[in-house]
Design a protein around this ligand. Structure first.
Ligand SMILES: Nc1ncnc2c1ncn2[C@@H]1O[C@H](COP(=O)(O)OP(=O)(O)O)[C@@H](O)[C@H]1O
Ligand SMILES: [Mg+2]
Length: 332
């Protein structure tokens, strides 16, 4: 029997009561890992679904816990699927935790989905952002900065040339807005001080962008794909520090169609130039310097191990079973 290990271990995005009710019997096995009905993180729920479907296909599905990943455990598997990604290992264990996670996945004899190389390409945001830019996909104006050799002059030149009165700084390996900062009226001192601070926290690289107010005004359109096929989209805005989500129906139809065309072209390119992905989320923001015609969007982010919930705007978690099916198809 083949063994498929699923890397999990977040405590995020618990499944809804509805999802729990409808999947009670397969979720029950999670009690073995001290995960009970009141709070079932999305990654544990997906693991349970993969395990349920794996049994029907005679594949043994086991959990691998991301914060204590060992080469020994990974080598017992024929295949490994990462839901808990490198960003979590960094948040939990700093640079050492991240290094361990990446090293283990690099060395393991198991086939890893997404491959360690692909995970690194996405996690080191500047790499895929440059790939997008080189392939004529629209990305926001971005200055990529290596914190091991900061030189403030080119940074200030970027700020002055773009006449930026407000900038945002976001670190690679950041998630859920950690390390994210808006700097108003950026001066050399304000920027340097913040970069130094991030460097001390262990971050290696950052992205500097204009603060784009339209981002939140029109919202971010997040599109979710399994096996290269579109599953659903939703719209996210921020209000008083928390996310406000809207169902796909509320997105301008023409805009959504354009985003989906772009995303499917991009997936085709990634599959060709890099590798096929079991799942992927491509996030769009709209629009820059354009109030009237809300069509000039750009790609803000690609996630290959996205946090996917089971709310209504995420089709009540129907993506989980599609994901499990697509993954198991690969494990033959
Ligand atoms: N250039 C920008 N201008 C304004 N808001 C931004 C900008 N970049 C990101 N944001 C806001 O910050 C959030 C987090 O940034 P994002 O790039 O998605 O990183 P992550 O999801 O990895 O934390 C976005 O959802 C968006 O609301
Ligand atoms: Mg994001």
């Amino acid at each position: 029997m083949k063994i498929l290990g699923i890397i999990i271990g977040t405590s995020d995005e618990p499944v809804t009561k509805k999802y729990y009710r409808e999947n009670k019997s397969s979720l029950k096995i999670l009690e073995e890992y001290d995960v009970f009905s009141e709070h079932i993180p999305y990654d544990f729920a997906i693991f349970a679904e993969i395990k349920r479907q794996g049994e029907l296909k005679h594949i043994e599905v086991i959990p691998l816990f991301g914060d204590e990943l060992t080469l020994e455990d990974c080598n017992e598997c024929d295949y490994i699927f990462s839901i808990f990604e490198g960003v979590y290992s960094f948040m939990d264990g700093g640079s050492a935790g991240y290094k361990n996670y990446m090293n283990v996945l690099k060395k393991t004899t198991a086939t890893v989905y997404p491959s360690q190389k692909m995970q690194q390409f996405i996690i080191e945001k500047h790499k895929y952002m440059k790939y997008l830019g080189d392939n004529k996909y629209k990305i926001p104006p971005t200055k990529f900065i290596d914190l091991s050799r900061i030189s403030i002059n080119p940074i200030m030149k970027f700020i002055n040339k773009e006449e930026l009165s407000e900038i945002i700084i976001k670190p690679e390996l950041g998630a859920f807005k950690t390390g994210f900062k808006i700097i108003k009226k950026p001066t050399e001192k304000k920027v340097s001080d913040y970069l130094d601070k991030l460097k001390k926290q262990g971050y290696k690289r950052i992205l500097l962008q204009p603060f784009i107010s339209e981002f939140n005004k029109y919202g971010e359109i997040k599109t979710y794909w399994v096996d290269g096929k579109f599953v659903y989209a939703y719209k996210q805005q921020w209000k008083d520090g928390s996310g406000v989500f809207q169902h796909q129906d509320k997105i301008d139809k023409v805009l959504l169609r354009e985003c989906l065309i772009t995303a499917s072209e991009l997936l085709e390119d990634i599959f060709k130039d890099h590798e096929e992905l079991v799942q992927c989320r491509i996030d769009f923001a709209c629009c820059m310097n354009n109030d009237k015609r809300c069509r000039e969007f750009f790609i803000n982010e690609i996630e290959i191990s996205p946090t996917i919930g089971s709310d209504k705007y995420e089709l009540d978690g129907k993506g989980y079973s599609l994901l499990a099916k697509a993954l198991l198809k690969k494990c033959k």
